[in-house]
Design a protein around this ligand. Sequence first.
Ligand code: CTP
Length: 141
Amino acid sequence: MTAQAQRTVLTYGTFDLFHPGHVQLLKRARELGTRLVVGLSTDEFNALKGKQSVMSFEDRKAVLEACRYVDEVFAEDDWDQKVPDAIRLGADVFVMGDDWAGKFDFMAEQCHVVYLARTPDVSSTEIKQRMRAAPAVVLHA
Ligand code: CTP
């Protein structure tokens, strides 16, 4: 494939407890181009946002890198890095779920901005709540 034919899609997130909502978002994002690059929130950046993931940055990164729709993963550790990232990576499309609708319209100066409909009824938060509510499992030898 020539460099001209390449269309780079950029997205960001925490991707804790990788679930079908993440899969759908990444699949549809990848379909908008030929290369999908993910800015993955570091544990330190999440702490700044008041968010704590169950899986470490390294583990979340390893899972994302194993996903067939993801071509590259890099660290997101700053609110203000999106524009320089888009320039550095030559991003053509910026994608987020529609829970972020309108929040990243400023990226339209760099690339096409797309908000994809969230997959209903699943989130990392909801999985954590379900795990907390689940009765303890007793294993018998
Ligand atoms: N996403 C989605 N559908 C879902 C959950 C997430 O499309 N059901 C998208 C988000 O909109 C975002 C990306 O997946 O673009 C990464 O979201 P992230 O915040 O990591 O996932 P959540 O499951 O929403 O996490 P949390 O519950 O911690 O907010």
